[in-house]
Design a protein around this ligand. Structure first.
Ligand code: BGC
Length: 455
């Protein structure tokens, strides 16, 4: 589907540069890299055999291997990293704080600082302490003061090394996967409950936003939204309706709550006035564009089927498609929804054990981001998902998103070519035609169009 390597004018070099101070890094989440995170609901879900393999040692960050991985990131010229902290470690029981766990996170953040990298810390990334699960987790508003206590304790302990905070990662994914599709714990199929969970999460986010600003004046606080553009599979009105329902259902709850203080959801609107304006940046997790059709056989999915275009450039397990134009569309949506609000790409990446699709995925997405930057949309940072292969939730170890490959049995890391490409991008603060020619010549013409012939 790609044109042949462009040889017409091999001497002409071009590059797409980013503004000075742009942050380049990778993103990780505690449960996916730390290992032996035995005190949360995901570990239990894994022990019940609900995932494709268990997290086990993961990337063994809790055993100290974050050091060597941060070295890798620094050697790859990254100047930032997004990590998350594990609530179940910091507060193993409702009335018990683990100061040693906090000290370990302080050491990690110090480690970033020493390597010249800006830290971004996520306070909740899918995992809940078991004691919270037993109390209904995010299904009731009782979680809000509990989350506040945890945030206060954690931010107080880590504020010396971090000013960039992400309260909650992908509340939409947590709620829809756990309470509609049922592939995440608690494995429910209850749309109303899914919406209630999101309302509770938004209230907790708003409370955390204020609290963090109280503790740290210079803090920048937001959350990470999984934004998923969607197109209808055909021109049929049923497909168009299915697309609209899915698009709105996935994308709009938190964003409308934050822009208007009213959450727009498929089950109706809910007023959450305290959430209005509670973001200093929009955290954008972008992976792919969905192609949606109406499906009478899918009542659990609300009669929608979501897949990819027939000619899509798919990842090896077909979990994701390489749709860089959707990245640009996401920035456009973000800028329209929140004019002038800084945008941080909190995640973007693709699974590919063989690393064939990843170089072009990276190059094409960075190109689209450059395009968006040139509209003067305030994009400040890009965090690639992810540094080293990690535990991918219900998909376990079947998908590999790392710039470095990991053998979880031996903990051996092996650099993929994509890591070299990304290192060059970080070092250059941009993408050059040389890089594209070297790592993904198959998309050269798409990124550096040859233009009309010169006579
Ligand atoms: C999540 C990550 C996950 C990634 C790739 C995102 O939705 O935030 O935790 O690993 O997708 O599956």
């Amino acid at each position: 589907m790609f044109s042949v390597y462009h040889l017409a004018n091999p001497m002409i070099e071009a590059s797409y540069h980013f503004p000075r101070g742009f942050l380049w890094g990778a993103a990780t989440a505690s449960h996916q890299v730390e290992g032996n995170n035995a005190n949360n609901q995901w570990w239990r879900w894994e022990q019940e055999g609900r995932t494709d393999g268990a997290s086990g040692l993961a990337a063994d960050w809790w055993g100290g291997r974050w050091r060597e991985d941060f070295d890798r990131a620094a050697e790859a010229h990254m100047n930032a990293q997004r990590i998350s902290v594990e609530w179940s470690r910091i507060q193993p029981e409702p009335d018990k704080w683990d100061e040693d766990a906090l000290e370990k996170y302080r050491a990690m953040l110090r480690g970033l600082h020493e390597r010249g990298m800006t830290a971004m810390v996520t306070l909740h990334h899918f995992t809940d302490p078991l004691w919270l699960t037993e109390r209904g987790a995010w299904e009731t508003e009782a979680v809000i003061p509990l989350f506040e206590r945890f945030v206060r304790k954690t931010v107080d302990a880590l504020k010396e090394y971090c000013t960039l905070w992400c309260t909650i990662n992908e509340p939409n994914v947590y709620a829809l996967m756990g309470y509609v599709e049922g592939a995440f714990p608690p494995g429910r199929h209850d749309l109303r409950l899914a919406m209630r969970v999101q309302v509770t999460m938004l209230r907790a986010h708003a409370a955390a936003y204020r609290l963090i600003h109280e503790i740290q004046k210079e803090a920048r606080v937001g959350y990470a939204l999984h934004f998923r553009p969607a197109v209808a599979r055909s021109r049929s009105p049923l497909d168009a309706m299915a697309r609209r329902i899915r698009y709105n259902g996935v994308n709009l709850a938190f964003p409308s709550g934050i822009s208007a203080g009213v959450m727009r959801m498929p089950t109706g609107s809910v007023r959450v006035p305290e959430a209005k304006g509670t973001q200093d940046y929009l955290g954008l997790n972008y992976y792919s564009v969905d192609t949606v059709s109406f499906d009478i056989r899918a009542p659990r999915q609300l009669f929608m089927h979501s897949g990819y275009a027939d000619d899509a450039d798919l990842s090896p397990t077909k979990y994701l498609a390489n749709t860089p134009e959707g990245f640009f569309a996401s920035f456009k949506w973000a800028e329209r929804t929140y004019p002038g609000t800084p945008i941080i790409v909190t995640e973007n990446g693709i699974e590919a054990e063989d690393d064939v699709i990843r170089p072009r995925y990276i190059a094409q997405h960075v190109h689209q981001m450059w395009h968006a930057v040139n509209f003067n949309w305030p994009i400040k940072a890009y965090f690639h998902w992810t540094l080293v292969d990690n535990f991918e939730w219900e998909r376990g170890w079947t998908q590999r998103f790392g710039l470095w490959a990991l053998d979880p049995a031996t903990q051996k890391r092996t650099k993929r070519r994509s890591a070299d490409l990304y290192a060059e991008i970080c070092q250059e603060n941009g993408l050059s035609s040389e890089m594209v020619r070297k790592y993904c010549p198959e998309v050269f013409d798409a990124i550096f169009p040859p233009g009309p012939p010169v006579t």
